[in-house]
Design a protein around this ligand. Structure first.
Ligand code: SF4
Length: 703
């Protein structure tokens, strides 16, 4: 008899439900789960090709030490003794974990517990730093907590959907399908797309604002001033539920349309049209993603957007609110367990002594990290200069995906001890591992993930573990035990990890914490196996939300006085291009590939969309460089070099380029686009500015 298993797509933060069907022959097919509230049966091209990516070709199936197969015992003993020796000789901050939004929440929980509570360092950061950390910082500044207020249903209910820095059609395709369906049903719904490029998403826009890179703070700062001038503020909401409005307004009050036009490169008439639409639409949802977050001013951009929603009271009610869309399948779950260098578990703050005490007492741990650890860019720089002497990388490929990718590669070459846990044997990163640990892949492991609207869903195994592959949480628990931390890591399985995570979320839950899933603190294996998708919070004694849950409906926020904060932002744009590097390069994603292609690159169907790494360039620039379509182009920045195929298109602005970040040196040489990206970060969030890179471009001289 065929067996069907309900699970969750492992790609993007939409978190679609999937039904995997295994035939008696072993053949696997997938379809969308009609009952899952994220997608109601829909899947995008990547999700519907999942069954084509689960073969064992290229899989890492046994532990390796120095390139040779080894037993689990030998590999785990070596990891434990080397980490313990390094800590003994050089202190806890001489070691680090670099983890991933691909990890399940249970994996993330164990990693965070080991590093912060037992090793005593906060040197655990994640590739989610590259994805949404500016939104986390913006939420915490505005709300006093990392809370995403809205739900996908709000997007469908809105009269105006503003998409800024988001190519929804390609990067969150099922949300785009839901938006497009809602717009077709309600023609009065308007969509504004703010993006330097004309993308697939802008094709459904009523208004496309082709903004200059990093012009968002000026655009939304000008909007705040415009709303005040029009008398469209919600004074009662501002007075009763917020602080800091006057200071925020004073920073932008003098911003006229002409100033905004100069800072954003937009036509004054288009700016006027956007501002009028925003003012006139009560139900407004502003969605933002990497184009906002991946910026040296990402946190300020987020707060400039939130400021406009607070000023109009458009938050906490159906069909309105700011909405950060997470990139990865479990970027949100990682935040819940404190899987970033600047957070504790259950949304508690590493800077707060009471929070550290709460977590340490709950864990009964010997230590607790008492200061922020190294964020991703600084972490690899610390590896490069020798401050970090042992690193464990899990479920990510930083030699391709990190800014300063060449520096990251050199750092791993020079690092005394590199451990990599992965499903694939040969990636640009596994090549530098002293110890390689085989992990379970999608379809082989049990756990939970949380999507962009705070919905926790199960991933369930429907395939048996191949070779000697093991769950990531198990690998860390075994290393912890070998380091002498026996009882704290004696988990019987992922259900036990999830139960402990839920119990911590409710432990002495007071103060400003919004994340409480205490209803699941005593979850059994059977209940965990049957767990239906639910949104947090779900405190003990409460049922899962029957409908979409929305935060801030009562106008109370998580700062100690219950008020949200306006954050004054100063609209400023860097002039990043120079005579030597005259093009502004925007890096991003394409419809059919995921991250560094270690899985999506396996299927010919997905590779057919774009077969080679490319750079989009405007016809005028192509002509000036002597390029014809499909010529090879060399891009160079002070950090590195890449060779890409020219895609000549008027969708790109003159002087601006776009290149996807997926390709790695396994698929094409000199195609790692992150080799060009500098380690410039947002000073608040530490998120790299991957959307605005100054580069030189020239036709490749093949003579
Ligand atoms: Fe998977 Fe995202 Fe596509 Fe849904 S939209 S099927 S979660 S990649």
């Amino acid at each position: 008899m065929p067996v069907e298993t309900k699970t969750t797509c492992p790609y993007c933060g939409v978190g679609c439900g999937v039904i995997a069907r295994v035939e008696e022959t072993g053949a696997v097919s997938v379809r969308g789960d009609p009952d899952h509230p994220a997608n109601f049966g829909r899947l995008c091209s990547k999700g519907s090709a999942l069954a084509e990516t689960i073969d064992l070709d290229g899989r890492l199936l046994t532990p390796h030490i120095s390139g040779a197969p080894a037993s689990w015992d030998a590999a785990l003993d070596l990891v434990a003794t080397t980490f313990a020796d390094t800590i003994r000789q050089h202190g806890p901050d001489s070691v680090a974990f670099y983890v991933s939004g691909q990890l399940l929440t249970e994996d993330y929980y164990v990693a965070n517990k080991l590093m912060k509570g037992f090793i005593g360092s906060a040197n655990i950061d994640t590739n989610s730093r590259l994805c949404m950390s500016s939104s986390v910082a913006g939420h915490r500044r505005a709300f006093g907590s990392d809370t995403v207020p809205g739900t996908y249903a709000d997007i469908e209910l809105a009269d105006l959907v503003v998409l800024t820095g988001s190519n929804l059609a390609w990067c969150h395709p099922v949300i785009y399908q839901r938006l497009a369906t809602a717009k077709a049903a309600r023609p009065q719904m308007k969509v504004v797309v703010i993006d330097p490029r004309r993308t697939a998403t802008s094709d459904i826009a009523d208004l496309h604002l082709s903004i200059l890179p990093d012009g968002d703070t000026a655009l939304f700062g000008g909007l705040l001033a415009d709303l005040a001038t029009r008398g469209m503020l919600d004074r009662a909401f501002v007075d009763d539920h917020t602080q800091g409005f006057d200071a925020a307004l004073s920073h932008v009050a003098d911003l006229g349309i002409a100033d905004v036009a100069e800072s954003t490169g937009l036509d004054a008439a288009d700016i006027e049209a956007f501002y009028a639409l925003f003012a006139a639409s009560e139900r407004v949802v502003t969605c933002y993603s990497q184009g906002v977050n991946q910026s040296s001013s990402g946190s300020d951009k987020v707060n400039a957007i939130i400021n406009c929603h607070l000023a109009t009271g458009r938050i906490g009610r159906p069909g309105m609110g700011p909405f950060s869309l997470t990139g990865q399948p479990n970027a949100m779950g990682g935040r819940e367990v404190g899987g970033l260098a600047n957070m504790l578990a259950a949304h508690m703050a590493i800077e707060r002594a009471e929070d550290r005490d709460t977590v340490q007492r709950f864990w009964q741990s010997p230590v607790i990290a008492d200061k922020q650890g190294l964020k991703a860019v600084d972490l690899f720089r610390a590896v490069a200069d020798g401050r970090v002497k042992a690193i464990w990388i899990m479920a990510t490929n930083p030699v391709v995906s990190m800014p300063e990718a060449d520096l990251v590669r050199a750092a791993l070459v020079s690092c005394p001890f590199v451990v990599v846990s992965d499903v694939m044997a040969e990636t640009d990163t596994t090549a530098h591992a002293h110890v390689l640990l085989p992990s379970l892949g999608w379809g082989e492991k049990h756990g939970t993930v949380t999507n962009s609207e705070r919905r926790i869903s199960r991933q369930r195994a429907f395939l048996s573990a191949p070779g000697e592959a093991k769950a990531d949480w198990w690998q860390m628990a075994e290393v912890a035990r070998r380091m002498g931390f026996d009882t704290a890591f004696d988990f019987a399985g992922p259900a036990a990890v999830f139960a402990e995570h839920a119990a911590l979320s409710a432990f002495e839950n007071e103060g400003n914490r919004d994340f409480d899933i205490g209803a699941h603190a005593d979850i059994t294996v059977d209940t965990y196996d049957a767990l239906a998708p639910f949104q947090w919070p779900q405190p003990a004694g409460t049922a899962p939300n029957a409908a979409d849950s929305r935060f801030f409906a009562d106008g109370r926020f998580y700062h100690p006085d219950g008020r949200a904060r306006f954050v004054p932002v100063i609209p400023a744009r860097d002039q990043r291009t120079t005579a030597a590097h005259p093009f502004a390069l925007n890096t991003g994603r394409i419809r059919d590939q995921w991250h560094t292609m270690t899985r999506t690159g396996k299927t010919a169907r997905l590779t057919a969309h774009f077969a080679e790494p490319f750079v989009e360039i405007h016809p005028d620039d192509a002509k000036a460089l002597g390029l014809t379509p499909a010529d090879l182009v060399v891009l160079e920045s002070p950090q590195g070099r890449a060779v890409l195929r020219a895609l000549v298109t008027p969708r790109q602005k003159p002087g601006h380029l776009f290149a996807p970040m997926h390709w790695n040196d396994q698929f094409a040489s000199a195609a790692r686009i992150d080799a060009l990206v500098p380690g410039l970060v947002d000073p608040v969030s530490g998120q790299p500015a991957s959307k605005h890179v100054a580069v030189a471009a020239a036709k490749l001289d093949v003579g």
